[in-house]
Ligand binder design. Structure first.
Ligand SMILES: NC(=O)c1ccc[n+]([C@@H]2O[C@H](COP(=O)([O-])OP(=O)(O)OC[C@H]3O[C@@H](n4cnc5c(N)ncnc54)[C@H](OP(=O)(O)O)[C@@H]3O)[C@@H](O)[C@H]2O)c1
Length: 263
């Protein structure tokens, strides 16, 4: 299927690592021009250079901390200044803590909402203005399967994800008449560097091997394995394209069947 993203302008928040990096490659492979934003400048430049070499497309970078209230506005302004319009906004920002419910301090909950919920929300809030003016645009927010099926030991993440899915649906309804489409992708555990680091840390803390820790997760996944970042990026590209032109306010679960309810 031709996703027809040639020449589209895509802003990828969190574009220097993990799913965001995979999305940068996949969107560029489909012909989009990119602006990547996140905090770490060296990682942004590394990904931008790799994408240019692999796909021969324009890639700009804009270092920005999305904990800043106007962080999303600045990233969108940089995209408009570079390319003059914004067709696709992908937001893949965050990381959240976990633990036993009654032992998790306020700060962990607040950090989770400050980053996972607010940073991605800021990107949506900033992107909505040019997209409404253009009467077209696609937003895809990478949220997570925990927002649909909470895990008792990862509730700061699960609750921030659930809030974000609610914002995706509400905004989608608000702007559906303006030609702006807003959706989410809910990955299950996937082999990004962050996830691999998490597995190593759990193994160190519990005295297990990494294989044993991973087996504890994969036993709950009917497909018996973790996802690959590109498997998530392909769904992001689909939602960013005309192929998904009659879908809005929804989320695609890409998690090997982990969620225990019909989708
Ligand atoms: N990997 C999984 O298994 C999995 C499963 C479900 C959901 N998710 C969700 O998917 C999203 C991406 O996860 P990932 O595994 O790809 O993680 P990752 O590789 O750590 O990517 C996170 C991205 O967010 C950026 N970021 C972090 N703090 C930021 C800040 N204050 N301002 C701006 N950018 C910031 C990071 O770049 P800088 O550090 O340079 O800023 C990085 O680009 C997260 O929301 C995560 O919760 C992941």
């Amino acid at each position: 299927m031709d996703l027809d993203l040639r020449g589209k302008i895509a802003l990828v928040a969190g574009g220097n690592k993990g799913f965001g990096e995979a999305c940068a490659h996949r969107l560029a492979a489909e012909g989009a021009k990119l602006l990547l934003t996140a905090r770490n400048e060296a990682d942004l430049e590394r990904v931008a250079a790799a994408v240019r070499v692999a796909h021969g497309t324009d890639v700009a970078t804009f270092p920005q901390d999305l904990l800043e209230t106007d962080g999303g506005d600045k990233a969108v302004a940089a995209t408009l200044s570079e390319y003059g319009r914004l067709d696709v906004m992908v937001s893949s920002v965050g990381a959240s803590g976990g633990g036993i419910f009654w032992e998790i301090p306020d700060q962990v909950w607040m950090d989770s909402f400050a980053l996972k919920f607010m940073a991605n929300l800021r990107m949506m809030r900033a992107a909505v203005h040019p997209m409404r003016e253009q009467k077209s645009g696609r937003m895809v927010v990478i949220v997570g399967q925990l927002g649909v099926q909470p895990h008792p030991r990862i509730l700061p993440s699960a609750t921030a994800n659930a809030a974000l899915l609610s914002a995706v649906k509400g905004l989608a309804d608000e702007v559906a008449g303006d030609g702006v489409i807003v959706n989410a992708v809910n990955p299950g555990p996937s082999r990004t560097e962050r996830w691999n680091r998490l597995m190593e840390n759990v193994a160190r803390d519990t005295g297990q091997t990494v294989d044993e820790v991973e087996a504890g997760f994969t036993k709950d996944i009917p497909m018996g394995r973790f996802g690959e970042p590109d498997e998530i990026a392909r769904h992001v590209c689909f939602l960013a394209s005309e192929a998904a032109g009659y879908m809005t306010g929804t989320s695609l679960n890409v998690e090997g069947g982990w969620i225990k309810a019909p989708g």
